[in-house]
Design a binder for this molecule. Sequence first.
Ligand SMILES: NC(=O)c1ccc[n+]([C@@H]2O[C@H](COP(=O)([O-])OP(=O)(O)OC[C@H]3O[C@@H](n4cnc5c(N)ncnc54)[C@H](OP(=O)(O)O)[C@@H]3O)[C@@H](O)[C@H]2O)c1
Length: 265
Amino acid sequence: MTQPDKTMVVTGATGAIGKAIARQLAASLDNVVVLVGRDERKTAHATDEIRHQTGNQNVRYELADLSRLESVRALGKRLDSPVRVLINNAAIAPRTRQQTPEGLELQFATNIMSYVWMTLELRDKLRADSMSRIVNVASYWAGDLDVDDLEFKRRRYNNGAAYRQSKQANRTLTVALSERLASDGIAVFACHPGDVNSKLSNDLGFGGSESPDQGARTPVWLATADFGLERSGRYFEHEREVSCPFGRDRAAVEALYRACMACAG
Ligand SMILES: NC(=O)c1ccc[n+]([C@@H]2O[C@H](COP(=O)([O-])OP(=O)(O)OC[C@H]3O[C@@H](n4cnc5c(N)ncnc54)[C@H](OP(=O)(O)O)[C@@H]3O)[C@@H](O)[C@H]2O)c1
């Protein structure tokens, strides 16, 4: 019997969409699925539930506070190589402006920088797998990016604006990172998952008309698609490629990449 060799790492795996993504990936028994959460009780419970539902015993969890670089670095060291898929999915939308102990605005740290930190931390492990890819869970609800005020120091903080900025940033950075990771053979995709009732959507004042499983469909499709580098940097909705204006703004792509790399340690 061959050992499962496709390791897939899912952040925000205790949330509505992340847990459904992890479950759908675990349904293929040759996948090793690593749920990344920050709350041990919730993350262990989600892991047990998915093992039980799928019968896949190669489902496990790791803990990390993704808003903190040191925690992401420690997580990176604990993960085995190779990693085939990284799904950056964790996000928040706090109603008031908050800061990490390191002084970063919390939505910027979690929704934008954790995607970058995870990418850089796992780069070598992803490079070691010939089919590797990163799926950045973004949103069609995106805009308001101000590269000169990413942390709402000059603008009045509003969780909707900060969230929309972060989702535009996910899509913009997908282009920047796809160009830099192509030589390592790593494809990078961005997508809208679906409109799903969750803590995050509730904090933004929305409900959601789709189930978590529907929301997981496009990220899972990208994680397992038979295309790779030839479509790297692209944006997808409902399992289809959609033209994205953000990646065409070259000045914004480079300015955002530079600003994020300045926070990348
Ligand atoms: N829901 C929608 O309608 C919708 C629409 C478009 C895009 N999206 C995108 O889909 C993704 C998932 O959203 P969701 O609706 O499933 O949200 P959710 O249910 O609120 O889940 C968010 C996840 O992120 C985790 N998380 C937050 N801060 C973290 C930190 N510092 N360290 C580690 N984990 C952290 C949460 O952990 P805890 O469980 O411990 O809080 C949770 O697992 C997000 O990227 C979001 O932007 C969602």
